[in-house]
Design a protein around this ligand. Sequence first.
Ligand code: SAM
Length: 452
Amino acid sequence: MPIPFPQAFTERLHLTAGADTPVLLDALQGTPPVSVRWNPYKTQSPAQGTPVAWCRYGRYLPLRPSFTTDPLFHAGAYYVQEASSMFVEHLLRSAAEPDGARILDLCAAPGGKATLYATLAGGEGIVVANEVIRNRALTLADNIRKWGIGNTVVTNNDPAHFAGLSEWFDIVAVDAPCSGEGMFRKHPEAREEWSEANVQLCAGRQRRILSDAWEALRPGGLLIYSTCTFNREENEENVRWIAGELGGEDAGVAVPAEWGIQESEADGIRCFRFWPHQITGEGFFAAAIRKGGQRGRPVRPKPRKTLFADASRSETAELSRWVGQPGLMRFARIGDNLYGYYAVPFADIRSIGEHLNTLHSGVCMGQLFGGRLKPDHSLAMFHDLARSAAAETPLSYDDALHYLRREEFSPQTAPDEGMNLMTFEGYALGWAKRIGNRINNLYPKSQMILYK
Ligand code: SAM
């Protein structure tokens, strides 16, 4: 028996969907499409599936496979992401220059859009992926590590804490917590949590987050506002508020008619609506908004405390062995751990680390013992890990699953004595250490597969 839609929701839906309401409600009772986004830093061959029109790396799959039992999923070769959300790629490519940009994703967990922003920002850019709820921020950090680009900082702050980074970012994304009407197909239980009061509560909270986002955005920069809900209060009305109260302007994004995305307008700003009966994806709303004014010289906030110490010469020599292009990187020590960062955004990353509650940044390389690196899982996931640095043990499918479940196992290919990179079909999964006949499975507990 499907969970019924709240009556007040269907009544209100007429205000936005009009005569399409019955066919939309039908679509919301159907089977959600399945889509993934490939990681171009780790794979060249996203061959399977049908392309998602608005995202270079997005693919629809004909059926929902078991992602949990696919080692490539755990290797960060792809991210399972609902297709409409991938539209933020089109907004960024059309209205900004994401390559090399400073990007802030204020509401980032579990990391669908943040991993996409990291892909677009590249090694000279930086993505600050922030999540206010601690447990969700930890999951976000796991997903960012797995994605393995090395250009992302994960923070666990209230949006108000970004005041110290005033006008600092080129692009700020607010994928706001919302009433979730667009997810009523994928997560039917969300229908039971819906209420008119919650719509109003969400709309108010979204404005507070948007004020903080606006403060962090530089003049001339781009704000991406998105929700996964249908009502106008959380969507066009908030965009109207951004235009009226904050002075936001239309960023001039155009969308081909054949994509099936519906356009609306709020005080001169174009808004994009994804209706599940018109496109293949869940309900989604997005707008790209320009902050007016001239771009000034970006001012780096004054350091408050120094967490980062430069790695010494001998530390740098050992760490350089573990990455493919050490010349592009800087190494630093934070406490006992050593980290690798792309050299270009390094000073920016240091400022962030000194201003915010940072859970993860760059690539955690590991710890040194007697001058030799004990590599961290983050380094195994890094796309530019030097494969020559440690022995490699290719695993069969069954052994890969034993490894990912942290079970005891004897790989068909015997690992060398010492640290080994466990791989499946050439993709790195993590570390294991062989000591005599024993194999210590070093796969992180927080990410292990929990069921058979
Ligand atoms: N961008 C994410 C992605 O693509 O995977 C999804 C983000 S989800 C729609 C909204 C996020 O905002 C949630 O992770 C939620 O915990 C967070 N959130 C909740 N209250 C918040 C607040 N007051 N300020 C900022 N973020 C908040």
